[in-house]
Design a protein. Structure first.
Length: 168
């Protein structure tokens, strides 16, 4: 039942030893990372883990890295650490991005506002949005304010955009 649920949810799972040696992978994990069984893993989710300086107990607990770009795609990454094993769950975000963008395309936004929504859904920073679209911070602020206003007029809360983005 567990394997069936993971497959249906398109969640990749990998179990590693405390030394980062891959002990087990499901099929989706092998598609994303390659067949790493028996190898020490130092990339993808392990790069996120190694670069995490905010860890109180490095080898215990749960770590969540939302909207992470690894293996040329975006994932929500969850690590469960027991001291003996590291269990990784990768949730691909491609389908969710497409669903969210399709949803917002029917909300009366301009082409440029839709581009801003597309980038914010993917977690692109305000600075990177400005650079990508060749716009100023003031212009981005105007687009974000217009998006918020249009969605609120439709009775919707624009949950895809963190509130701090309005004050660029």
């Amino acid at each position: 039942m567990l394997d069936e649920s993971l497959r249906a949810s398109r969640i990749a799972v990998c179990v590693k030893s405390e030394n980062k040696e891959v002990l087990e992978q499901n099929d989706l994990c092998r598609q994303i990372c390659g067949d790493c069984l028996g190898e020490v893993c130092e990339r993808g989710c392990m790069t996120l883990y190694a670069e995490d300086d905010a860890l109180q107990w490095k080898d215990w607990g749960t770590r969540v890295y939302k909207n992470s770009h690894i293996h040329d795609a975006f994932f929500d990454v969850t690590l469960l650490l027991s001291g003996k094993n590291i269990i990784t769950f990768l949730q691909p975000l491609k389908d969710k991005y497409e669903q969210a963008l399709a949803y917002y395309q029917g909300k009366g936004l301009t082409r440029r506002e839709t581009e801003v929504v597309s980038l914010t859904i993917r977690g692109v920073t305000n600075i990177d949005i400005c650079q990508s679209l060749s716009i100023s911070k003031a212009t981005l602020r105007t687009h974000l304010n217009n998006i918020y206003r249009k969605l609120r007029e439709l009775g919707e809360e624009p949950a895809f955009i963190p509130a701090n983005r309005v004050s660029v």
